[in-house]
Design a protein around this ligand. Structure first.
Ligand SMILES: *[C@@H]1O[C@H](CO)[C@@H](O)[C@H](O)[C@H]1NC(C)=O
Ligand SMILES: *[C@@H]1O[C@H](CO)[C@@H](O)[C@H](O)[C@H]1NC(C)=O
Ligand SMILES: *[C@@H]1O[C@H](CO)[C@@H](O)[C@H](O)[C@H]1NC(C)=O
Ligand SMILES: *[C@@H]1O[C@H](CO)[C@@H](O)[C@H](O)[C@H]1NC(C)=O
Ligand SMILES: *[C@@H]1O[C@H](CO)[C@@H](O)[C@H](O)[C@H]1NC(C)=O
Ligand SMILES: *[C@@H]1O[C@H](CO)[C@@H](O)[C@H](O)[C@H]1NC(C)=O
Ligand SMILES: *[C@@H]1O[C@H](CO)[C@@H](O)[C@H](O)[C@H]1NC(C)=O
Ligand SMILES: *[C@@H]1O[C@H](CO)[C@@H](O)[C@H](O)[C@H]1NC(C)=O
Ligand SMILES: *[C@@H]1O[C@H](CO)[C@@H](O)[C@H](O)[C@H]1NC(C)=O
Ligand SMILES: *[C@@H]1O[C@H](CO)[C@@H](O)[C@H](O)[C@H]1NC(C)=O
Length: 755
């Protein structure tokens, strides 16, 4: 398997056998040249063990050094490794003026060795080193100083340098992994194109603190010990004897190997711990002890012939955004023992079924990971470094799409598309029923297992209440009860759909002969789930009255029909305003909206009869009324708290508020894949980086914003999103900070406490 090769640093050692040890040297004089097809095609070392010259690469030829073998030759170095192979007409020449050149045709040539000084002769050394000498017999260039993916016995990797793996055994272009000899004395394996930070590392020698002296080079000595040596000392050999052994298992060769390279030592031991071995949206797992890449549920390989390139989502979420019908054609696939390193865009403590449901309903969510502390971490694609790890006790809920919403293939003749889509849509409806029933069964099991009978009882009580008639409930909540007929008339037969949530569509309607515009939510999903949402909304929002909360005007509970009636919000959601509108709201408007939402949440947490936690604060759930006042909506996941629970649980809303506040500041989503640089993908870490560097103006490029005001909002946001819940402020404190009543301390790095 070619990819296996890229995993390891292959340590080669060459033993000279006594028989071929001759004192002769094969000198390459000025004017000598090689061609890929005419003999000789390479220059040999004195023993004939190593060759420098042309070797076959695909349909063409490349220049490199290889070790002769009976079965195969082992390439140890490649010149200009990322250049395409050259044709058979190419020529390798040590020119009369002392340059080593590769001529592809009469006009074009490229240096193999870039040196200012002219060479007088060259030699292929028996250690595998190709060397250029000047007229004083001094080395002016050697291939050992420019290693590609291999270190030979006697060769060193100097600090600050790196080995880069090859694409495959036959293709020696730069591959996907690198071994850095860091200035801090640590020898580290990283995927290519990652910063030198520990999150991206998958193996390290952990030698950075072994010596106060950091001037260390990696050296493979000629009997095969891998050492870190002190380069400030004059000679290498002296140092070898002082036992500056790099790491414990440094005995590499303990037998005699002729004409064969055998891996004797390899790191890391767990092949699936190699980060980015599997590309985006795929995970690594061991099959017969060989690492293989599998796609995360809901994704397919980008290229089935190259599974390491990763996977892409096999359904589109575009229509989710446009009409809000996210959940109806989606299902959740559950997987245990999954782990990855990407930070979630949303994280709150939740029960299992709430966690999976919350992802199902959220257009942005592809997977929710419920960790052992019951934190529900919602994640967007792309996901990197995913793996299945028996040690991790977490449950992942992946959103998958049915065939009906298959992603349109680019470049496909679309004239045939519409009819197939229609047929598939019908299929999806059939599937939907089956799968939805499956979900309900599952959630009942979950309820029984987790012993939440109290919830069930309470919910049965409500049902009884509703069945008995409306009077009790409406008295308690001061809500108007409507008949189904009345609402059907008000909405003109449920004609104008405003949007669709997981539990049914929302329709526009009017009361009192058109004087009062309303929004009617018809809960039409399976009765139990819908019932729960119905009760939650009634209990929570029916008791509240605040200018920054959407008002529930009434409800209808007739037979199995459940409808909720709200005041109508004419100006859409905050998400539309921030992310989609042509004209982003100006700074003062954004500050006002942020404060209004904060006041709404503060009311829920501290000012109404029983504290309420919303559990789903996000721009999609903030609606704008006629006067562009922000109002919190969608209480389907909200929970009423016992007074003693308040402090611990409200922190989840504070966190989501903080994320949303940063989105308001920058008018962009907390996770955005289509950005210029990878560090911009996660809004919060990008913001913290600029906050630390005191260059906040770069976050709101092209806008005139008073610096103090910008800084204040960002400081509040960063306090709210602290990983450590105890560090997050209360909503009361947030409002006071936003109003300028209290000073705002400098927040620490949001993720510092947990790492
Ligand atoms: C080697 O791999 C690189 C990168 O994948 C590719 O661009 C190049 O065409 C390959 N070369 C050959 C000779 O196959
Ligand atoms: C190894 O290289 C030599 C010299 O170029 C060549 O003659 C020989 O065929 C190669 N051996 C294999 C197994 O490819
Ligand atoms: C060439 O190889 C010999 C032994 O094979 C070694 O002693 C010598 O140091 C090498 N020269 C260079 C410049 O690497
Ligand atoms: C990593 O560190 C090395 C020096 O140790 C440096 O040459 C290299 O550019 C760094 N790479 C990145 C991506 O920062
Ligand atoms: C290589 O290093 C090991 C460990 O330090 C040492 O025992 C051995 O003698 C060294 N070999 C040579 C040729 O110096
Ligand atoms: C490295 O060599 C220098 C110069 O000889 C010496 O001062 C230093 O202590 C050595 N460091 C180690 C770790 O041996
Ligand atoms: C080196 O390895 C041996 C045997 O595996 C072990 O007993 C010893 O503790 C190790 N030493 C260090 C420093 O890791
Ligand atoms: C190793 O290779 C050399 C040169 O290719 C050859 O002369 C020698 O016989 C081989 N030795 C064995 C043990 O195969
Ligand atoms: C997407 O992949 C999942 C498996 O991960 C599969 O169940 C589903 O049917 C696929 N959807 C489409 C639209 O191909
Ligand atoms: C698409 O397919 C139809 C029928 O197969 C064909 O008539 C039409 O020319 C195709 N269009 C394109 C742009 O290829």
């Amino acid at each position: 398997m070619a990819s296996k090769y890229t995993l390891f640093l292959l340590l080669l050692l060459h033993f000279r056998s006594a028989t071929c040890d001759q004192e002769q040297t094969n000198i390459i004089k000025l004017g000598f040249s090689l061609s890929p097809t005419n003999h000789p095609t390479s220059w040999l070392s004195p023993s004939g063990r190593f060759a420098f010259g042309f070797y076959q690469n695909g349909n063409g030829f490349s220049v490199g050094i290889w070790m002769m073998g009976e079965i195969e030759n082992t390439t140890t170095w490649t010149a200009n490794r990322d250049d395409p192979p050259v044709p058979s007409t190419a020529k390798l020449e040590l020119t009369m003026d002392g340059k080593l050149l590769l001529r592809t045709d009469s006009k074009n040539s490229k240096p193999i060795a870039s040196v200012r000084e002219s060479a007088s002769y060259a030699a292929m050394n028996d250690s595998g080193n190709f060397i250029l000498y000047n007229k004083d017999h001094r080395v002016i260039w050697d291939s050992f100083s420019f290693p590609t993916d291999t270190l030979m016995g006697g060769q060193s990797l100097s600090r600050g340098a790196a080995l880069f793996s090859s694409v495959s055994k036959s293709n020696r272009s730069t591959g996907r992994f690198r071994l850095e000899m860091q200035y801090d004395g640590n020898l580290v394996l990283y995927p290519i194109h990652t910063p030198n930070i520990s999150v991206d590392a998958y193996w390290a020698s952990d030698t950075s603190n072994m010596w106060s002296e950091k001037n260390l080079d990696l050296h493979l000595n000629s009997t095969g010990a891998l050492l870190l040596i002190n380069i400030t000392d004059s000679t290498v050999d002296d140092k070898l004897n002082d036992g500056s052994l790099a790491f414990n298992n440094s005995i590499i060769f303990n037998g005699f190997y002729e004409n064969k390279t055998t891996p004797l030592w390899s790191k890391p031991d767990d092949k699936c711990s190699v980060k980015s071995f599997c590309g985006f949206n795929s995970y690594c797992t061991l099959d017969d002890d060989q690492p293989v890449c599998r796609c995360l549920p809901g994704t397919d390989f980008i290229d089935t012939d190259q599974t390491s390139r990763g996977c892409e989502r096999n359904f589109t979420e575009e229509w989710c955004r446009d009409s809000g019908r996210s959940a109806s054609s989606r299902n959740i696939v559950r997987m245990e023992n999954m782990a990855w390193d990407d930070p979630p865009y949303f994280q709150v403590k939740m029960q299992e079924d709430d966690c999976s449901k919350s992802c199902l309903e959220d257009c942005d969510c592809h997977v929710a990971l419920l960790d052992s502390d019951t934190y529900c971490k919602k994640q967007k694609l792309p996901l990197k470094y995913a793996r299945r790890d028996r040690q991790t006790s977490s449950t992942a809920f992946f959103k998958v799409g049915f065939e009906g919403v298959k992603k349109k293939q680019t470049g496909v003749n679309t004239s045939e598309e519409p009819p197939t889509v229609i047929i598939r849509t019908r299929d999806a409806t059939v599937l939907l029923l089956v799968v939805t029933l499956g979900l309900v069964t599952w959630s009942f099991i979950a309820l029984a297992i987790s012993g939440l009978f109290a919830f069930k009882l309470r919910f049965l009580e409500y049902r009884k209440l509703l069945d008995r008639g409306d009077i009790g409930l409406s008295e308690e909540l001061a809500l108007r009860s409507f008949s189904y007929k009345e609402l059907k008339r008000a909405t003109n037969g449920f004609k104008e759909e405003l949007g669709k949530g997981s539990f049914g569509a929302v329709y526009k309607g009017s009361l009192s002969r058109g004087k009062r515009i309303i929004a009617v939510k018809r809960l039409e999903k399976v009765i139990n789930e819908g019932e729960r949402e119905f009760c939650a909304e009634m209990r929570v929002i029916g008791r509240t009255h605040h200018k920054n909360l959407v008002r529930l005007l009434g409800y209808c509970a007739e037979g199995t029909k459940r409808l909720l009636v709200y005041e109508f919000m004419s100006n859409g959601s905050l998400a539309d305003l921030l992310f989609r509108s042509q004209r982003r709201p100006d700074w003062n408007e954004r500050v006002r909206i942020a404060l209004e939402i904060a006041k709404g949440i503060l009311y829920l947490h501290e000012e109404c009869d029983a504290p309420i936690i919303h559990c789903d604060i996000k721009p999609q759930n903030i609606l704008m009324d006629d006067f562009w006042t922000a109002k919190i909506s969608d209480f389907g996941l909200a929970k009423l708290l016992m007074p003693d629970q308040t402090r611990t649980f409200t922190g989840t809303d504070v966190y989501s508020y903080g994320i949303m506040l940063l989105e308001i500041v920058c008018c962009r989503r907390s996770m955005e894949v289509n950005v210029q640089r990878p560090e911009e993908i996660v809004l919060s870490s990008w913001i913290y980086k600029h906050f630390e560097a005191r260059e906040l103006e770069k976050l709101v490029w092209g806008e005139e914003i008073e610096k103090k005001s910008l800084e204040n909002l960002i400081k509040v946001g960063l306090w709210c999103i602290q990983d450590e819940p105890a560090l997050r402020p209360s909503m009361k404190c947030v409002v006071m900070m936003l109003e300028g009543i209290t000073d705002i301390a400098v927040p620490p790095c949001p993720t510092a406490a947990s790492s």
